[in-house]
Structure formats: structure tokens, C-alpha cells
Write a protein that binds this ligand. Sequence first.
Ligand code: 6PG
Length: 248
Amino acid sequence: MHVICYPDLPRWRDGAAREIARRLDDAIRERGRATLMLAGGSTPRPIYETLAELNGVDWARIEIFWGDERHVAPDDRRSNFRMARESLLAPLDLDPVSARVHPVPTGDQPATDAVRYERLMRDRFRIGPTAIPRFDVVLLGMGDDGHTASLFPGSPGLEEVERLVIHNPAATPEPRLTVTYPLLDQARSLIVLVRGGDKAERLREVLTEPQHDYPIQRIAPHKGELLWLVDREAAARLPAGLCSDPTN
Ligand code: 6PG
């Protein structure tokens, strides 16, 4: 696990965009394409906006998925797809419904849409019904209750070991679809984006007190990296020595 703490919000935003772009470029160089799983919520928005402005990212070779979704219409203000369409897809002029952009379907029953999305993932990765896709870059946020994606404390999704995408019943205003740990743990690079002083204490617990067993603490990449990109305010309560300075 590697934690990079940035001295201010602009450098967190710009640094995170560069870290993501670097890993996408590496994947394209090594395998001819990259697969990116987006996080939802509000934290990633400025990073997506900056990512869209970076030169040299070969978006024609990047396939975009989502790690979780509120089961609402795609133009609903709660939609994670809508947030990414506004902050990343539109500035890049990427067609939101194309061969490389794969929003989570939300037009059917939640459980049906979850099955459909898992099938789509396997189709795009050209793997069989029991194989697990290995994403190049998975972006995640952290809720103030220690959830990530839509894996909430006490939710049944925490125990899912077979399915890769599920409807995960939780105390949220809308149904939630989410990827599960078997999929997350296969990623080459898991990048957790954390911003703001309101998350400082929870981040300290998550990074230094494993006994809490928060959902985000259960992420255990098999062969990939787990990288935390944290702004100064969110890092305020971390013990000295846990943070690495940004290299650029
Ligand atoms: C969602 C996200 C969720 C998010 C955290 C943090 O659908 O809400 O996927 O996991 O990353 O709740 O949310 P904020 O970035 O808004 O604090």
C-alpha cells in the first residue's frame, strides 16, 4: 500500500490525474489498450475534469466502465454516469454510448441490470463465464462510513465471493449496483481518491486500525497495487511517516 499526500487541492487534483494517466499509458504500451473503472460520488469530479485536459492520453484505446451506480436514470443528478459524462466524457467528446464507454444499465430491475453488466464486462474482456476481468486502473472513493463503491458496512455485498457485479441492498435512497471484492482484488492498480477534512479521522482509522474492518479495508489486491491519493486536509490526522510526498 502506498499513500501519497498532496500539499493542497490543486496539486492533489493535478497529481491524481497524472498518476491515472501514467497507468493508462503504461497499459496501452504493454497491451495495446487500457481498461478504466470510474468511481462515483463527488470527489472524482475535479480529477476527471483535469484528466480530460491532459495531453497525450490515447482515449481511443481506453475502455471505460463504472465501479458502482445508483440505480436511477442516466440523467438523474444522482447518477455516477451523469457525473462522469459531464466531467470527463463530454469534454473529451467521447460518445457516452459507444464501443468503449460502458455505463451501468439502470433500465431494468436492479438484479437484472447487475447480471447484464457482469456479462458485458466478460464479453469486453473476451473471457469465459467463470474468469475474472483484470482491470488496469480501478478508481475508488471512500465514504465517511468507510464504504467504497457501493459496498456499505453490514451490506450483503461484503460477503459476495462469486458474482462480480451485484445489486447490493443498503440504506440508501436508491438501489445500488456495485462491483464486488473478487473483481476489485484482481485489478492491476487500485487508486483510492480521498479529499477533505471531514474524512480525516476515518482515513486515519482505515489506514492505521485494521480492527475496524471497514468495507474499504477489505480490499486486498492479489497482484496489483493499492494507491491512496489524499489531499492535505484528509491527511491531517495521519501519523508522520505514512505519507509519501508526490514525486512530481
Ligand atoms: C457513490 C460512490 C461512493 C463514493 C463515496 C465517497 O456512488 O457514491 O461510488 O463509493 O466514492 O461515497 O463519496 P464522495 O466522493 O461524494 O465523498
